[in-house]
Ligand binder design. Structure first.
Ligand SMILES: Nc1ncnc2c1ncn2[C@@H]1O[C@H](COP(=O)(O)OP(=O)(O)OP(=O)(O)O)[C@@H](O)[C@H]1O
Length: 258
């Protein structure tokens, strides 16, 4: 049984900031780059995040740009370790975040399939069994022995998507993904995504699309400045999100008018 439990999770990262000063000309820019050392600070990206998810939960992570959605997903995938609090994820995880991550341009297409699948913890015999299907889904059988760097960005995206969704997992963690695939591929990708979402026990999606959230999710978390501002049923959290966005837009309009 898949399960997610986050208890008071916080994440701080070191940040190197150049001290602000007015510069007028290249000489000053170069002098500052050479002699003014950046200041090291700690930035809190996530603060006191707690939630639980069990079988059947489909959670939309909502929030404006920079709210901390992707960072929270990285905590769930295990890519980031929290500075504070506890994270427990039971069940196999499938991350659909940066589909191009972890590719090696010098290796061939098939070698990249082997590398990526083994880094996902799949056994070699199972990978070998699935290679033809992975290449077929990506429409890249004829390019199997070509170096990855010779593929177009759309072909690379197709390969990444095909690998990332080749196996069904218990917990699916997805960032909104923008694709450069053609229309035919996007249709097949959509069908596969629907099937993987349907087959997963828990799904967590960071999205700006209320329509997508409504199509997939039954619960939501609203993040603002790395903190949870609302959590619960999807319709309630969407209501809070819309109200807060409306209030912020009014404040911006008033500030501009004054
Ligand atoms: N490695 C890092 N070092 C410093 N700051 C970071 C790092 N990663 C993210 N941030 C900052 O953390 C904040 C949250 O970023 P994150 O990518 O999680 O936001 P998001 O909600 O996914 O935004 P978007 O909707 O734009 O994708 C941002 O202010 C970002 O600049």
């Amino acid at each position: 049984m898949a399960h997610i439990r986050l208890e008071n999770v916080g994440l701080d990262v070191p940040l190197y900031v150049q001290r602000h000063s007015d510069v007028s000309g290249w000489g000053q820019v170069l002098r500052r780059a050479a002699f003014s050392r950046p200041e090291r600070r700690l930035a809190t990206l996530l603060d006191d995040i707690s939630f639980e998810a069990a079988d059947g939960d489909r959670i939309a992570v909502l929030g404006q740009n920079g709210a901390g959605k992707s960072t929270l997903l990285q905590i769930l995938t295990g890519a980031y370790r929290p500075t504070r609090g506890r994270v427990q994820v039971t069940g196999s995880r499938q991350a659909l975040m940066n589909i191009n991550l972890g590719f090696n341009g010098e290796a061939t297409v098939v070698e990249n399939v082997l590398l990526r699948c083994s880094s996902m913890g799949i056994r070699l015999a199972e990978i070998r069994r699935n290679v033809p299907e992975i290449l077929d889904f990506a429409g890249l059988e004829s390019k199997a022995s070509h170096r990855l760097k010779t593929l177009s960005s759309g072909q690379r995206m197709r390969l990444g998507f095909s690998i990332s969704t080749a196996f069904q997992n218990d917990v699916m963690i997805m960032d909104e993904w923008l694709s450069t695939g053609d229309a035919a591929f996007l249709e097949r990708a959509g069908e596969r995504l629907t099937s993987r979402v349907g087959g997963a026990e828990i799904v967590v999606i960071a999205t700006h699309s209320i329509r997508m959230a409504r199509a997939v999710c039954n619960r939501a978390i609203l993040l603002e400045g790395g903190q949870v501002k609302a959590a619960g049923s999807l319709s309630r959290v969407i209501g809070v999100y819309r109200e807060r966005t409306r209030r912020q837009n009014t404040q911006i309009a008033l500030a501009k008018a004054s």
